[in-house]
Design a binder for this molecule. Sequence first.
Ligand code: ADP
Ligand code: MG
Length: 235
Amino acid sequence: MSSLIEVKNVSKYYRMGEEKIVALENISLTMEKGKFYCLLGTSGSGKSTLLNLLAGLEKPSRGQIIIKNTQIGKMSESKLAKFRQNNIGFVFQSYNLMPMLTALENVSIPLTFKGVRRKVRDQRASNLLKAVGLEGRLNHRPNQMSGGQQQRVSIARAFIASPEIVFADEPTGNLDTKTTQEVMDLITFMARKNNQTLVIVTHDIEIAHYADQIIYIRDGNIEKIEDTTENKEAL
Ligand code: ADP
Ligand code: MG
């Protein structure tokens, strides 16, 4: 059986005037359904570039990214947008909530795109906001909430359409230690409960240890891949 995500010989180059910047060089890996992966590396190593390629936000310069047996780099923009709506949730470091919308409205956005009717959307969004501990904040706008609360709203938004895959780029990068732990517990709980695949980017080894597999990224290459599940079972 083929893997949920297959990355085959992927490179990503950027051109800055005369200079060619190598963000990723010949990356290959596979990811399985229901597992939790971490892309770990220092700043500038290529983690966000790889995550953006996996999520279809950017296209590789070379190589293939295959998700659910479909090469996403080959899709038209409209097909890719549909594919993303149906299969992918994304959590950003800076939350990326719509400032004019309430928590409830922000969480509902993916369902709006899918044509779910208002009453059902509101019901599901409010249930999910309850599940992330924000039942008292449904009508708050982003600037009326703390960073941790905003990130919980953005997590609820990433999960609301039940995507098979959730990507998160340094989701706790702007949070304090205690809130980081709460947010990581929340993301992992939600993904495990629904057997979703989770891919998190971080530079923090502590966060990486929540994952089943740590993929070490260095200078645009995979340095090593470490399975953490065996150690966990031994505990
Ligand atoms: P990380 O997320 O690990 O900090 P990135 O994937 O953001 O690293 O960046 C990897 C490398 O690619 C860096 O050297 C960065 O400067 C470069 N890079 C990323 N995005 C662009 C871009 N849009 N244009 C030019 N260079 C970029
Ligand atoms: Mg980054």
